[in-house]
Design a binder for this molecule. Structure first.
Ligand code: F0G
Length: 459
């Protein structure tokens, strides 16, 4: 018999208090923060869904491993454990430890990028795109068409469009394509999974044209769960074996360990080619640290080595994916429009649909972010025209294609009662939605404005 309640497959040994607050206190906090939740203090937040990155709870085994940290500058025992853990999983011989994902991106993409080079991806994450563009190269997203249909239950909306890939190779010439990057799961595309078949197809095309194939693998365990569930040939394979097969298709990978390695800081770049790795090692030493620690302390490497094992445990992954789905499907049933099917690490709400009375230049996503905070102390993140909007020459907003709000769920942090509370908050969001007003920007920096911009509700 299978029970409906998803119980957390862990017991709680250490607790971190949440500071409770009232609606009127939160109204004042929000005003002080200029209606930008990035400017709130964490003690002003009840449920923090800003990101799933670096926000995991570590296990007793990870904390125990931390005490084993060997902080030697060179050749530390902790490096051996880290290198072995990453090599066992990825099969890649050259491993470069970095302080987080974007450090690996900077090293690899600054080396292979530069003016005239092109990168193709199912969707580049913002830091990936920023590192590529900073090198002078161009980043082009080629997700499949089905990714745009939120109502369908197409199983692998994270896939890359291989026809477009071939067309780009024909148009630009294989030698101008620096790399093809498959982001698993596709974070900017709604946390949707990529199928093994798609990874195989991409790999074959890259091999044929001798183009570097890189996995952005920070959520590879979550992606493996979806492959196990949805791709027939893989239902008998372990999650870890599925991940290993996907790694076997790639020439390199970059991981932000802050996600599926279940730690608060860390990452790596792993490669198969010695020459490329030697060049990247030089950059690692210049900007991160010596080859056997890079951007990490010995204790960080210990915790990552354990986390990379734990994340593939079936009870953990089952709880992880089902609890994200639980939140998504509960609010969907109440009439909240979301990207469907629910992805691995987050639920994405379509704020343009929810607040169809708010025009895009009044940022419906930011309005929802503020409402969620005011009503329930929930911190979330706008992924819409605040984050990606641009201005034309006349100063008019060129809106982003979508006005989304991401509820990103930290790993092993919140219980089902926290999630049920969030669902209840959405009841109030729906009940009051007609009264919600738009938002205007009162102050903004030139780049990455969502982090520091100031806002005001429109009267
Ligand atoms: N790639 C993907 C797909 C990511 O989601 C992130 C980070 C990175 C690379 C960069 O890794 O933060 O360790 O430097 N995503 C976080 C998020 C910030 O909230 O989605 P990093």
């Amino acid at each position: 018999m299978e029970f409906k309640t998803i119980i957390e497959p862990f017991r709680i040994k250490t607790v971190e208090p949440i500071t409770m607050s009232t609606v009127s206190e939160r109204e004042a906090f929000l005003k002080q923060a200029h209606y930008n939740p990035f400017l709130l203090k964490s003690d002003q937040v009840i449920i923090d869904f800003l990101t799933d990155s670096g926000t995991s709870a570590m296990s007793n085994n990870q904390w125990a491993a931390i005490m084993q940290g060997d902080e030697s500058y060179a050749g530390a025992r902790s490096w051996d454990k880290f290198e072995k853990a990453v090599n066992d999983l990825t099969g890649m011989p050259y491993i470069l430890p970095t302080h987080q994902g974007r450090a690996g991106e900077r090293i690899l993409y600054s080396h292979i990028g530069g003016k005239g080079k092109i990168f193709l991806s199912n969707t580049h994450f913002d830091t990936t795109r920023a590192n590529i563009e900073y090198s002078g190269a161009t980043a082009i997203d080629i997700p499949i068409e089905q990714a745009k249909d939120y109502a369908s239950d197409y199983p692998f909306k994270g896939n890359l469009d291989t026809l477009k890939l071939k067309n780009h190779i024909d148009t630009h010439g294989a030698k101008n394509i620096a790399a093809v990057i498959l982001t698993v799961t596709n974070n900017s595309g709604g946390g949707q999974p990529v199928s093994m078949q798609n990874a195989k197809d991409v790999s074959a095309i890259c091999k044929q044209h001798q183009i570097l194939f890189v996995l952005d693998c920070c959520r590879i365990a979550e992606n493996s769960y979806f492959i196990h569930e949805k791709e027939k040939a893989y239902s008998q394979l372990s999650y870890r074996a599925i991940a290993q097969e996907m790694f076997s298709l790639a020439d390199g990978c970059i991981m932000s360990a802050k996600k599926d390695a279940l730690v608060n800081m860390g990452g790596f770049l792993a490669l198969r080619n010695k020459e490329l790795s030697d060049a990247c090692m030089q950059l690692l030493i210049i900007t991160e640290g010596f080859t056997t620690y890079g951007g990490l302390s010995g204790r960080d490497m210990e915790a990552i080595a354990v986390g990379l094992q734990e994340v593939f445990e079936p009870d953990y992954l089952n709880y992880r994916i089902k609890s994200t789905k639980y939140l998504g499907e509960k609010i969907l049933k109440k009439g909240v429009p979301i990207i469907y099917p629910v992805g691995g690490h987050a639920v994405y709400v379509d704020a343009k649909k929810l607040y169809h009375h708010i025009p895009v230049h009044q940022y419906p996503g930011q309005a929802l972010v503020c409402e969620l905070y005011k009503i329930g102390g929930i911190r979330s993140c706008e992924i819409g025209s605040v984050m990606f909007g641009k201005y034309d020459d006349a100063g008019n907003l060129i809106p982003a294609p979508l006005e989304l709000v991401r509820l990103a769920i930290p790993r092993r942090v919140y219980t089902q009662s926290h999630i049920d509370y969030v669902v209840e908050v959405f009841d109030e969001v729906i009940r009051t939605k007609q009264n919600v007003k738009g938002i205007r920007i009162t102050k903004e920096p030139k780049f990455l404005r969502h982090f520091t911009a100031h806002f005001q509700p429109v009267n």
